[in-house]
Design a protein around this ligand. Structure first.
Ligand SMILES: [Zn+2]
Length: 390
């Protein structure tokens, strides 16, 4: 560290490669007032334990292969019962006669309709003569090729993941597929339990109607406008004598290079100072906290007595406003807490992203490999339009 209490980048560069330095720089330099070291949970941004994060940390990359179909089925815009049905079918857990036999619930594994010796999932949903007949009615020529030869898992995943639009009914194939498999399973149960058989025509029209309903709903939810944001008063100027600081952090994927920016304006909206800085390898919350810390440090240096701070990160605002901020596991939160204890008044509030565009634009202006604080004494050109609007 330098005498000023910041990382000594030239000396770190003599010891470590750039990729490691990016990780070091994102950590706040320790200071004598930091208190004792403590154990934290590394798998969440807030460093507090959550079961979900432990689960993901443990399962790690072992999930990847299964995950593809997992998300395809559970993200499908069909009713939950149909998703559940598809998932159970995919897992080969539907209670077909073969499965019931395997579980010692029955002595006869055969198909009631065609006397096939094993009524398996794929037999009910695709290969039994009635199912086959119905599929042939729906199948477009381009999908017929491998449809009847795939194994169960590939059959379900291929047909649900395709983006193919059925030319005749003008809807995504996945909805027709989900709808007909579901109707075929219901039909099979009607035969087994109620001894009643729906005609092919009835099943076709029912499957089509439901598929159209799914597809229309999916279109509708894709088009629906975002929920209105709650009205806030933040567009108002700060009270008399208060300066206003807007801050924002940005993290670019996949390198997780964090950048921050912010601006201080007087009560009348006049530019006082702006800043940008790269902070190294970080997550979104860390970047937002860095932006708060650097912005407030700068404001303190400028000698403001009353500072209104605006951030569009709810989590960060909650953390620094928490009564426990002084003993937070995050060193940046503790540092911000100590800064706020100085002889001045600060208020940290949340604003929407739309109201924070200037700070956002500044954060994006930073050069991700330049880790020193750049100060703008007059607004950069790129901000002209946004400032006027704001
Ligand atoms: Zn059969």
């Amino acid at each position: 560290m330098t005498d000023a209490g910041t990382w000594d980048i030239p000396r770190l560069s003599m010891l470590f490669p750039e990729s490691i330095i990016a990780h070091i720089l994102a950590i706040k330099c320790p200071s004598p007032t930091d208190g004792n070291d403590m154990c934290v949970w590394r798998w969440t941004p807030k460093h507090t334990f959550e079961l979900k994060s432990a689960y993901f940390a443990l399962s790690g990359s072992r999930w990847s292969e299964e995950r593809a179909i997992w998300s395809v089925i559970w993200n499908l815009k069909v009713p939950q019962r149909v998703r559940l049905f598809l998932w159970i079918a995919y897992k080969q857990r539907l209670m077909t006669n073969d499965e019931r036999c395997r579980r010692n619930l029955s002595a006869d594994p055969s198909c009631l309709e065609c006397s096939n010796p094993h009524e398996m999932v794929l037999h009910v949903l695709r290969d039994c003569h009635c199912s086959r007949r119905l599929w042939l009615h729906f199948l477009p020529a381009s999908l017929t090729h491998s449809f009847f030869s795939l194994n169960l898992q590939n059959w379900i995943s291929c047909n649900l993941s395709t983006s193919f639009l059925h030319p005749q009914w003008n809807m995504p194939w996945c909805f027709l597929f989900a709808s007909l498999t579901w109707q075929l399973w219901k039909r099979r149960n009607d035969v087994v339990f109620h001894n009643s058989i729906l005609s092919d025509a009835a099943i076709i029209s029912c499957s089509l109607a439901w598929a159209k309903h799914y597809s229309d709903n999916a279109m509708l939810s894709a088009k629906s406008p975002p929920l209105p944001q709650p009205e806030t008063l933040v567009r108002d100027a700060p009270e008399l004598g208060w300066a206003c600081l807007n801050v924002d952090g940005a993290v670019s994927v996949p390198l997780n290079a964090g950048k921050i920016g912010g601006l201080i304006r007087s009560k009348d909206g006049d530019w006082v100072v702006g800043f940008v800085k790269a902070i190294g390898h970080s997550d979104a919350l860390q970047a937002e906290l860095w932006a708060l810390f650097e912005g407030m440090s700068l404001a303190w240096e400028y000698g403001f007595y009353s500072l209104l701070v605006r951030s569009d990160c709810k989590q960060a605002v909650e953390l620094v406003n928490s009564p426990l901020a002084g003993s937070s596991v995050l060193s940046l939160v503790r540092a911000i807490y100590r800064l706020r204890q100085k002889n001045w008044a600060t208020r940290v509030i949340w604003i929407s992203r739309d109201d924070n565009r200037c700070a956002d634009a500044l954060a994006k202006l930073a050069n991700s490999s330049d880790f020193s604080l750049h100060v703008y004494n007059s607004p950069p050109l790129e901000l002209d339009m946004l400032l006027c609007k704001d």
